[in-house]
Design a protein around this ligand. Structure first.
Ligand code: NAI
Length: 338
């Protein structure tokens, strides 16, 4: 039975061989909250990603079981498990990308903001660990309410002196994934051929699909726009209600998170033209954070694209989104400052 040290050496050797063959650079990725509803299928998908050589699975419960299970998959990444706060630093040291789906999900009747009390503290603690152990890592923040947890993370990193706005990315990919799916249904086309920009934030009216900018170019009736906007904004609630108390979106979220993480890793590798929507420190509006299309590169989000021309319907939506966003952002900032 090989020791951990031997496993480590063999993994380093494997990575060196891979590099020598011009293969994947072998990124190190940690998932915090890896034993949860999102964390488990996300760990599965990350273990299948050929860009990853080392996968760390951290949680406050059940991570040894998830790690043992995932580690039997015959893919390249070496998997290691970490359980509880005392092991957080080891989980984070040396990571290139940290994905955070830790925290409680919604139950029917709850808004994402109702999660603030518990999840704000969880995100703060985890980000303090990141600032200490892997200050240069890209952070993909999934824990809700994203509109407040991203500002919380930013404040924690500022306090620690490690803040780089390009590396802190709120994950809004599920809104784009849903928008692509619902728009494709209406158009009767393959969702893989559809690209819907979704800007603003990640909660209710802050989720602003730009249906006037759908690719391939198309037009919708007023009824279709109302239907699509409502369904995209409330897609999360649709799942929460269908699950009837058993949580919120986990499988589609894991898919979305894996898609976004893969885009971040391809950016880190130096691939050109990697563009995704993300909730990020931004000057696209007067708000300090906003979701829009960003170009991912070797140093994180290297370019933030403007919103482009909006129609009247979208301008009204933008006004509503900004109002709610301003409050959620302020709530996050003052949580750390006070
Ligand atoms: P879950 O309850 O199934 O899993 C959360 C996991 O986090 C659990 O395994 C728990 O032990 C762990 N955890 C709790 N405190 C922790 C800590 N201090 N350190 C590390 N791990 C900790 O919840 P689920 O369904 O996986 O959702 C996770 C979060 O993702 C929720 O806040 C949810 O609202 C959010 N979410 C975000 C979406 C987005 O689009 N950004 C979409 C869907 C969910």
């Amino acid at each position: 039975r090989p020791s951990n040290l031997q496993m480590e050496e063999s993994s380093n050797l494997r990575r060196a061989n891979c590099r020598a063959k011009g293969g994947a650079p072998g990124f190190k990725v940690a998932i915090l909250g890896a034993a949860g509803g999102i964390g488990q299928p996300l760990a599965l998908l990350m273990k299948m990603n050929p860009l990853i050589s080392v996968l760390h699975l951290y949680d406050v419960v059940n991570s040894p079981g998830v790690t043992a299970d995932i580690s039997h998959m015959d893919t390249g990444a070496v998997v290691r498990g970490f359980l509880g706060q005392p092991q957080l630093e080891n989980a984070l040291t040396g990571m290139d990308l940290v994905i955070i789906p830790a925290g409680i999900p919604r139950k029917p009747g709850m808004t994402r903001d109702d999660l603030f009390k518990i999840n704000a503290g969880i995100v703060k603690t985890l980000c303090e660990g990141i600032a200490k152990c892997c200050p240069n890592a890209i952070v993909n923040l999934i824990s809700n309410p994203v509109n407040s947890t991203v500002p919380i993370a930013a404040e924690v990193f500022k306090k620690a002196g490690t803040y780089d706005p390009k590396r802190l990315l709120g994950v809004t990919t599920l809104d784009v994934v849903r928008a692509n799916t619902f728009v494709a249904e209406v158009l009767g086309v393959d969702p893989r051929d559809v690209d819907v920009p979704v800007v603003g934030g990640h909660a209710g009216v802050t989720i602003l699909p730009l249906l006037s900018q759908v690719k391939p170019p198309c037009s919708f009736t007023k009824e279709e726009i109302d239907y699509l906007t409502d369904r995209i904004q409330n897609g999360g609630t649709e799942v929460v209600e269908a699950k009837a108390g058993a949580g919120s979106a986990t499988l589609s979220m894991a898919y979305a998170a894996a898609k976004f993480a893969d885009a971040c890793l391809r950016g880190l590798r130096g691939d050109a033209g990697i563009v995704e929507c993300s909730f990020i420190s931004s000057q696209v509006t007067e708000l300090p954070f906003f979701a829009s299309k960003v170009r991912l590169g070797r140093t994180g989000a290297e370019e933030i694209f403007p919103l482009g021309p909006l129609n009247e319907y979208e301008r009204i939506g933008l006004g509503k989104a900004k109002k709610e966003l301003a409050e959620s952002i302020e709530k996050g900032i003052s949580f750390v400052k006070k």
